[in-house]
Every structure is written in C-alpha cells, then in structure tokens.
Design a protein around this ligand. Sequence first.
Ligand SMILES: C[S@@+](CC[C@H](N)C(=O)[O-])C[C@H]1O[C@@H](n2cnc3c(N)ncnc32)[C@H](O)[C@@H]1O
Length: 289
Amino acid sequence: MKADGEFDEINEAKASMDHIYDQPDPRAYFSELRKLHYNIPGAAKPIFEKLISRLRRRRDEQVRVLDLGCSYGVNAALLKHDLTMPDLYDHWGQQRFEHASPDEVVEYDKRFFGNLAEDEDLEVIGLDQAESALEFAEDVGLLDESLAVNLETEPLPDSAKQDLAAVDLIVSTGCVGYVTEKTFERLLPAVLSGSPPWLANFVLRMFPFDAIEAALAERGYVTEKLEGRTFRQRRFASGDERQQVLDQLRDQGLDPARKEADGYLHAEFYLSRPKAEAARMPIDQLLVV
Ligand SMILES: C[S@@+](CC[C@H](N)C(=O)[O-])C[C@H]1O[C@@H](n2cnc3c(N)ncnc32)[C@H](O)[C@@H]1O
C-alpha cells in the first residue's frame, strides 16, 4: 500500500500542468491538452453513461453525480450534452475567442450550453481545489453545484454534507494521483449518509489504487478493476517525461510494452460498489453495452 508521500514521488515523473488548472476560463486548458491528445474524459464517457443508465434502472431517473477534480466541468459537458472531446477542443479553440476577455467567453458559453439539448435528469456537482475553474463551470451552467476544497489538507465543510448525501455516482478522470485515500476518507461519511453511491475512477497505471480500495472496503465497498483493458489518457509532454514514467512503471514491476512505450499515458478503470450490489452483477457484465 502506498502512502500519499509516495504519490508525490510518482507525480515527479509527470509534467506539471498546474498553470492551466485554475484560469477564469478553459481556453488555456484545452489549448495545452489538445497538443497532448488528452482524451480520458472522452474514453470515460461511454462507461459513465452505462453506469448512469444502470443506476436509473435500479434507483431513480434523476441521477446525481459528483465529479472529483472536475476542473472546468469537462465530464459534466460530455455527460449532459451530446458532445465529444474534439467538440470541446474546437469550441474553446475557436477564433472568435482569440482576443475575447474571460467575461466574454463566459457570456458566450452561457448561451452556447444553454441552447444545447441537455439530459435534464442528470445533476452534476463538481469538486476541485481550483476555484476559478469551478466558478466558470457553474456560471455557464455545466455544474449544478460546486465545492472548492482540497480534501488532502482540509476537512469537508459542514455546509456541503447535505448535498453530498444524495449523490448516486462519484466519478473521476485524471484526478487520483493528485488526490489520495485522504480525500475519499473525508468524503465517505457525507456520501454514505444517504444511499451509498457507486464510485467510478479512471486512474493512471502508475498510481496504485490499493490504499483507496482499502479505505472503501472499510465502509463495505468492493472494488473491481476492469481487466484486460486500458485507456489512453494523453501523450507524453516530452521525451523526459516519457523516460521518467517508463522508469517509474518498471520500478513498480509494470510492463510498459504496447502501452506507455507507444507514447501515451494509460489509465485503468476501477468501479467500487457496496458489497451486495457488486455480488449481484460483476463489472464485466454490468458494463456490457
Ligand atoms: C488532469 S486535471 C483533470 C480534470 C478533469 N477531470 C478532466 O479530466 O479534464 C486534474 C484536476 O484535479 C484538480 N486537483 C488537483 N489536486 C486536487 C485536490 N487535492 N483536490 C481537488 N482537486 C484537485 C486540479 O485542479 C485539476 O482540475
């Protein structure tokens, strides 16, 4: 089991993207990540959609999702609307935005997203430490609610607890690694005060999930990894990053052949559900499309 200090060490192999995470609008984020073919939210979309449809059959048409490390509401944009990652890259890279102020982007996006067909029965709460990114996502209507907090260092505010009790599904893309079991430990008492949500995390192979899995197991959860499948997250930002990540993986006993060695960081998918629900239908059956 890895302590979070070891996550910090693993993170040293990865290029830092911190400068694009908390801007007043998503242009820099999408411009930088387009160059790296960042696509994990796009790869995750059909899996999250499948889980939402399963939850609708089991619970209620209205589904409330909590997106951990939601940034500018990327997963919300893909799940609420008929949009793809290439659509989002084109949208925030369009020429009309080249000299626009952040306020102009916000005003345009309120109308843009407001005019798109939307899954009215899907509510998305976003949690991130990046306050400006959250403000953007809530202003333009991608997020229904937002929670600006870093649960690695701070407790969950009391004011957030009631909204989190009604969460059906917790999702994350590109977030585990920045967050550790500490974040989950601080979230769980609040989300477990209602019907226990499912948790769906896409996690880079170099970040062991075992400490989070153990924290969830203490609360009655079973975690399954989707076997035999990995998901391209993004291209390496440089030759240096590539080398450091390959070394890191080999040190962990992971073989990068036909995966990272081909030039992309790869994520795996972990689904955590209450024990009885996991026993009723294993992950591979649940995800059959
Ligand atoms: C790679 S981005 C992923 C964003 C989005 N989920 C996506 O896939 O496009 C990582 C996100 O995690 C957020 N983050 C980093 N550390 C965090 C923490 N301790 N608590 C909450 N969010 C954090 C960053 O602000 C950033 O928005």
